[in-house]
Design a protein around this ligand. Structure first.
Ligand SMILES: [Zn+2]
Length: 93
C-alpha cells in the first residue's frame, strides 16, 4: 500500500515502475495502481488533443510534463500556465 500523490488515499501500489528511468521509479513510489490506470486512458486523450507526433523528439517531453501534472497535482507544474490541460473536460465534444 502507498499514500497516493494523485487520489490522496492509501491504495494498492503498482507492481513495479510502469515506465523506464527515474520517472518510472517515482511513479511506482508515489502513485497507486488505480490512478496509473486512469492515466493510461487519459494519455490517449492527451495525445489526440495535442496531436502529438512522436517523430518529433519534443513530443515525449510534452507528454511527460502533462503526465506529471495529472499524477502529481500537488507538485509544482512543469507545464506553462497557459498550456495546462483541464483533464476533466479533455476529449469531450
Ligand atoms: Zn491514487
Amino acid at each position: 500500500m502507498i499514500a497516493c500523490a494523485r487520489c490522496g488515499r492509501e491504495r494498492k501500489a503498482l507492481a513495479g515502475p510502469p515506465v523506464p528511468g527515474a520517472t518510472g521509479e517515482e511513479i511506482a513510489q508515489r502513485v497507486c495502481a488505480g490512478c496509473w490506470e486512469e492515466w493510461a486512458a487519459m494519455e490517449i486523450k492527451v495525445i489526440n488533443e495535442l496531436r502529438l507526433n512522436f517523430m518529433d523528439p519534443a513530443a515525449q517531453a510534452t507528454l511527460t510534463s502533462h503526465m506529471r501534472d495529472f499524477l502529481f497535482p500537488g507538485d509544482d507544474s512543469s507545464v506553462k500556465p497557459g498550456e495546462r490541460l483541464d483533464f476533466d473536460s479533455i476529449g469531450e465534444p
